[in-house]
Design a protein around this ligand. Structure first.
Ligand code: ATP
Ligand code: MG
Length: 267
């Protein structure tokens, strides 16, 4: 049962570790990571390349199986679910990626129809629903186009419409704006904000771009070499980073300074 403290937590990660074993050695991608995310939050996870961000976010829907620890989503321990129960929970955890992952041979409308098709929704109904979703991301006029005929920002809108087809409670975004220019990034972030506010979807944003976090996140966690260094509200962590890893990321992300100049601040 959840106690009072956990009442509003939609995701709880407890003592999560992930070790990749190879013949030669073990790579400790996540080391004893614990944190939680409130329902309705927009939660950023930041860190340098290789810090373990993608591994962490993939553990949140068990695309990656943790080596040990717990992932509790809506009070359900994901590792304790049956295959079928997990499949149903996963439908409510959407994911979008840096490279959009649309199917090239399908039109925009048919891409959005895909999750509905998988759920066995009849053709007419799913096309109507897909059209409605396409409208909600401002791309009605592109229903018959193929992904290669769209800009990066438009492709990400289609990917967002597709993920909304399953009416998720949680949306995981792994570097969703990293392939986009600053102006297009802004429009996608505005769309994510709308989705959060209007649909109440909890959003987890994985990024190495500090301005993305500043723009839309309420809370942030700093990951460095598989270790969760600090968590807090964005204003707390950005105005008063406590750990070396957070200082390095935040000072580098907020200025055009070189790594050596940043080293002077950080010590
Ligand atoms: N399937 C895998 N097998 C072995 N090692 C892996 C695997 N996936 C990730 N790793 C390793 O785990 C570490 C964390 O990788 P991860 O992709 O989570 O980093 P990241 O923070 O997302 O980096 P980036 O910002 O570059 O995307 C890296 O050292 C990576 O090489
Ligand atoms: Mg990554």
């Amino acid at each position: 049962m959840s106690n009072d403290n956990n009442h509003n937590k939609i995701i709880r990660v407890e003592n999560l570790t992930k070790t990749f074993e190879s013949k030669k050695d073990s790579l400790h991608a996540l080391k004893d990571v614990s944190f939680s995310i409130e329902k309705g939050d927009i939660y950023g996870i930041i860190g340098l390349s290789g810090a373990g961000k993608s591994t962490l976010v993939r553990c949140l829907n068990l695309l990656e199986k943790p080596t040990s620890g717990k992932v509790i989503v809506k009070d359900k321990d994901l590792l304790a679910l049956s295959k079928e129960e997990l499949r149903l929970e996963r439908q409510k955890i959407g994911m979008i990626f840096q490279h959009f992952n649309l199917l090239a041979q399908r039109t925009v409308l048919d891409n959005i129809c895909l999750p509905l098709e998988i759920r066995g929704i009849p053709k007419k109904e799913r096309q109507a629903k897909a059209m409605e979703l396409l409208k909600s991301v401002g791309l009605e006029s592109k229903s018959g186009a193929y992904p290669s005929q769209l800009s990066g920002g438009q492709q990400q809108r289609v990917a967002i419409a597709r993920v909304l087809a399953n009416e998720p409670d949680i949306l995981l975004c792994d570097e969703a704006t990293s392939a986009l220019d600053p102006q297009t990034t802004k429009t996608i972030l505005d769309l994510l904000l709308d989705i959060n506010r209007q649909l109440g979807i909890t959003i987890v944003v994985i990024t190495h771009e500090m301005r993305v976090v500043k723009e839309i996140c309420k809370h942030v966690a700093v990951l460095d070499e598989g270790i969760l260094q600090e968590t807090g509200t964005v204003s707390e962590v950005f105005t008063n980073p406590r750990t070396h890893a957070a200082k390095r990321l935040i000072y580098m992300g907020l200025s055009e300074e070189t790594e050596e100049e940043v080293a002077k601040h950080v010590g």
